[in-house]
Design a protein around this ligand. Structure first.
Ligand SMILES: NC(=O)c1ccc[n+]([C@@H]2O[C@H](COP(=O)([O-])OP(=O)(O)OC[C@H]3O[C@@H](n4cnc5c(N)ncnc54)[C@H](OP(=O)(O)O)[C@@H]3O)[C@@H](O)[C@H]2O)c1
Length: 125
């Protein structure tokens, strides 16, 4: 919970305050629960975040605050670059799941076959 409080305090509340705040109760808590409340996350862990949608971006920022290694997938190289720039996450690893349909194999390669601790998966709803 301390990490979530830190995340809220570090938010740029001056820009589009209401629009950003409106996503917290639903997408934010979905992401929070998907990450198990950050309970199991730290610098030694790795998280895959699928896609650049609302839940995924919340999860990405929350997971980044834990210090975990991040792998982000998207259908678009431009979106992957935009996320890196927008959120100051230049060091995250990225995979385009359109040009790399066996993206899970790329995840294994990027993690030296260790796999990941949590995957934020969009398709199952
Ligand atoms: N928003 C909420 O408050 C909320 C709450 C509870 C549950 N959910 C569920 O959580 C999921 C995501 O919701 P959202 O609001 O974040 O949706 P969203 O903003 O529409 O984002 C969905 C993202 O999923 C990615 N995607 C699409 N097809 C994919 C595929 N085949 N493989 C991997 N990624 C794919 C796309 O990313 P790219 O464009 O980067 O490829 C897309 O932007 C949905 O299943 C939704 O029902 C949402």
């Amino acid at each position: 919970m301390a990490s979530f409080a830190f995340f809220l305090l570090s938010w740029d509340w001056n820009q589009n305050f209401l629009k950003q705040a409106a996503c917290l109760p639903c997408a934010g808590l979905t992401a929070w629960n998907g990450l198990n409340g950050l309970n199991a996350l730290g610098k030694s862990h790795t998280v895959v975040v699928q896609g650049t949608g609302g839940v995924s971006m919340m999860a990405l920022k929350l997971a980044a605050s834990s210090g975990a290694d991040l792998i982000l997938t998207s259908s678009s190289d431009a979106k992957l670059e935009q996320v890196k720039t927008l959120y100051g996450l230049g060091s995250i690893k990225t995979i385009n799941y359109k040009t790399c349909p066996r993206w899970e194999e790329e995840v294994l390669r990027l993690t030296h076959n260790a796999g990941v601790d949590i995957t934020i998966e969009n398709g199952g709803g």
